[in-house]
Design a protein around this ligand. Structure first.
Ligand code: SF4
Ligand code: SF4
Length: 307
């Protein structure tokens, strides 16, 4: 089937923005999310799953099975993160849509700094009638009830200006990468803001060779070396060793096969020398697709072929 036909077939599932599955309202549907959550807890608690890549208990094959079951993370840029939050809010409009920020579960399980709530969880409506425990948890409490809760707060995901300010702060000050994280793909459970060496999804890809667990984004960083002063800030910010600095020439090179497309190098560049460009336009290597999207693509193509 040609690319055009494939796109058409996929559009029946995801609409015109099918390539960006996280922009689909399907990915933000609250009831489907809760159903996926119930299904996934068959694997064990969130805490157990995230601990599974620590040496010992479950082993890599088990983690691979969980990933294949639809637990995957994909990198998104700042702009995409803001847009998907807006879509999540729009999808659940009129339903008292709120998100909550909690401390990062990856850091909790790996002993990182959890003093700041950087994990945006429950991208779903919190029903006004949902009981709220003393920590403020409603829909999200089932997901992250994994022990002591520290700082958290609710935020209005529809407030794009506020979201930009918050996410940019995570990028610049904390060096955190934004990812959408699913259970039962394409149900988004969190907009994660995490980093090496704590993020379990990153670890699963880079330390345990499970690339489907942490998927590159649809963009890559492109540097305009006419503007570059060779300060090296972008290189220090990159979690993935994707930037090489030539101090003599005062130029940098992005290694496209390593660039995950997070854009956090851009946020620290003092001369605006970095822009994010679509991966497919600058490299012959397209972004990998999450396992769940591969499956949906196959099913949708098969359905299209039968018509
Ligand atoms: S070069 Fe590094 S920091 Fe910049 S977008 Fe790519 S992965 Fe992210
Ligand atoms: S941060 Fe900007 S100016 Fe500094 S080395 Fe990177 S691209 Fe060049």
């Amino acid at each position: 089937m040609c690319e055009e036909c494939m796109s058409h077939a996929l559009a029946t599932v995801y609409g015109e923005e099918q390539a960006r599955w996280y922009f689909s309202p399907h990915a933000h549907d609250h009831e489907a999310f809760l159903a996926a959550l119930d299904k996934e807890t068959e694997y064990g608690s969130q805490y157990e799953i995230l601990n599974a890549v620590n040496p010992g208990k479950y082993g890599i094959e088990w983690v691979k099975k969980v990933v294949q079951g639809g637990r995957t993370a994909q990198v998104v840029t700042l702009e995409e993160a803001i847009e998907l939050l807006r879509i999540a809010a729009e999808t659940n409009q009129g339903e008292d849509f709120r998100c909550i920020n909690v401390s990062c579960i990856c850091k909790r399980t790996r002993g990182g700094d959890i003093s700041e709530p950087v994990c945006m969880t429950s991208l779903h409506r919190l029903k006004p009638e949902d009981p709220q425990d003393k920590e403020g948890y409603r829909a999200g409490r089932r997901v992250f009830k994994t022990g002591e809760q520290e700082t958290f707060y609710e935020f209005d995901a529809a407030d794009s200006d506020k979201m930009r300010e918050l996410l940019l702060d995570f990028e610049k000050r904390l060096g955190l990468v934004h990812t959408v994280f699913t259970i039962g793909f394409p149900r988004i459970i969190t907009l994660c803001n995490c980093e090496m060496p704590y993020c379990h999804s990153m670890r699963q890809r880079f330390l345990y060779d499970i690339p489907e667990a942490f998927v590159e984004g649809y963009y890559v960083a492109s540097v305009n070396n006419d503007r570059c002063t060779g300060c090296g800030k972008c290189q220090q910010q990159c979690n993935f060793g994707a930037i090489r600095l030539d101090r003599a020439l005062k130029t940098v090179t992005t290694m496209l096969t390593r660039c995950m497309g997070c854009g956090i190098c851009r946020s620290v560049c003092p001369t605006d020398a970095i822009e994010m460009v679509e991966r497919k336009k600058v490299t012959l290597l397209p972004a990998r697709e999450p396992v769940g999207l591969q499956k949906l693509r196959k099913e949708s193509v098969e359905k299209g072929a039968k018509k």
